[in-house]
Design a protein. Sequence first.
Length: 387
Amino acid sequence: MRGCSVDQGSAQTRHDQAEKGHGRLKERIDTLDELRALAIGAVMLSHFALAFGSQSIVAFWLNLPDLSVGVDLFFVISGFLIFQNLADLAESANTFTRVVGAFYARRVTRVALPAWTILAVIALADLEPPASSANDFWAASAFVANVHWARCEIDARCGDALATSHFWSLASEAQFYFLAPALLLARARAPLYVVITAILLLALIPHPHGSLLWALRPEALLLGAALASEVRRRATWLVKAPPVTAGVAAWWSLVASMMARIAIGPFSGLAWALVALISAGVVLGRLKGPPIAGPVGNAVRRAGRVSFSVYLVHLPLIGVAAESFAAKIGVTPAVFGALAAIAAATIVVEFAIVQPAAQLGRAWSARIALKEAPMRSSRAKIRSSAM
């Protein structure tokens, strides 16, 4: 009787911990949603500049700062939340294998299913222009688009970058999933020390625009995970970090974009390390800072919450506007048409694909984390029968 009580009690404890953990994962941090909006805004501006730079003086000068550093901000946020997700799962699952299984289940459904759906739509649309090659689609589908596009300067098999090249960042994040669970095995400050060592080493290696290391971009993801580890253990140094307002965060992101623009030659590795450090500082500062107040804040946070959907759909629509319509109707109408199309596509993708995929991922992940080990479950049933 006592044995049965202990087994059932431990199972209930794990269930309660898992429910609590998954509840935490459902909570949104307002300031991180605001940073997502900042990041997707910067990325979209960089792609409008790329697509319309030869047709508009405004778009041409938008290329002066490298606003694609919005991706680095996304990477820090992703690294932070990935580690938090893993740590929450570790509190509820009874084995490391179950933690990893629950984590991958959630990631596959949350990220891969929407990405594959959008790739299928782009393929069926058969855009011309911007036209993609079969290799572009296979690389994006297999989450190796970062490696694929890094070779495109020497490989004629690449298609138009305005169709699917933005999947390179999803590839970098997906590849980080293989490393992230190992950070859970480190104790105390070990994750921070490991990440600092990696950043210092990477800073010594040149990786200019278009290179393989530039496309892999591990610095920001690692710093986000290290920051989550320090927050998790309530590191005392975090108290000394100053809060950052939304305006200051935008300013420092602009500084990072100028730093990225001069990331050339032998010091390019150092420049990208500084971009990652600035992005991590922005995330830490906003975690301690106040959210934007009023209707503006609500609008910004709503934009941040749908940023993944925006990211998936925006580039091919910008490409179509720039290459198929700008010459016919003018740059300004083409830009506004692209924005309207992005907004409409975002609404459809968010509610029809991304949100259902996220709900499925949470349910699948929770089921794996909560599932009893067969031996323990059978033993509990045997003891219950003996009663």
